[in-house]
Design a protein around this ligand. Structure first.
Ligand code: DC
Length: 214
């Protein structure tokens, strides 16, 4: 099952709940771009340098392990899950994910993770590019205002200070970059079910998606 959509549409909570309801494994592909953004920033790489990023990827063995029921991303055997959810890493991930060769280099890994079946894979281009043959495709969306409120609440729950106006601007800019990039832009697959979650509860969204799968 592919669940795509813009930042803050509720994909992570929804995907987690859907995977658990169906007994499927959850794969968060955004975590892969985040891990690359994190490591590239640590190494002081220019995030616009596609060549350098591809070189870095070759040195990164990426996998997921389950920790207390949650998938954690590892880079070269080190759990980096606790470091990839900051606004700075969100920015970095958005930049590195714009490069066609970076996206291409990550296709094999993502397809291998999906190949066993019984997987909920969440991202931006799963239904269109990574797994066009997915049995169920959902494009989950919500208004930019609602997505800002949700992201702010998420960050605040982790004890971070949030400037909501700046967060809104960041979300809109990130959407634009994701939608306008030449390779695998953020758009629903022709055969995706589009779900606007602006005025739906988590439970309602999950129920609708579980129904699609049965
Ligand atoms: O879903 P997320 O916020 O964790 O994603 C982080 C960034 O990675 C975001 O800018 C979009 C990008 N991304 C992507 O281009 N393709 C995917 N399949 C998943 C994420």
């Amino acid at each position: 099952m592919a669940i795509d959509g813009p930042a803050g549409a509720g994909k992570s909570s929804v995907s987690k709940a859907v995977a658990s309801a169906l007994g499927f494994v959850l794969v968060d592909t955004g975590a892969i771009y985040r891990a690359l953004g994190l490591v590239a920033s640590e190494r002081g790489l220019d995030l616009h340098e596609e060549e350098a990023l591809c070189g870095l990827l070759e040195q990164m063995a990426i996998d997921f392990v389950m920790v207390e029921g949650k998938p954690h991303i590892r880079v070269n055997g080190v759990d980096r899950a606790g470091e990839i959810r900051t606004p700075a890493v969100s920015e970095a991930a958005s930049h590195v994910s714009a490069h066609p060769r970076v996206r291409e280099a990550l296709l094999g890994l993502q397809r291998a993770l999906a190949s066993e079946g019984g997987v909920v894979m969440e991202g931006r281009d799963i239904g269109t590019v990574v797994c066009p043959g997915a049995e169920v495709k959902v494009f989950l969306t919500a208004s930019a205002e609602e997505r800002t409120r949700r992201r702010a609440a998420e960050l605040q729950a982790r004890g971070e200070e949030v400037d909501e106006a700046a967060l809104f601007e960041q979300i809109v800019a990130r959407d634009r970059r994701d939608e306008e990039r030449a390779t695998a832009p953020l758009k629903p697959a022709d055969d995706a079910t589009i779900l606007d979650s602006t005025s739906l509860s988590l439970a309602e969204v999950v129920e609708r998606i579980v129904q699609l799968a049965s």
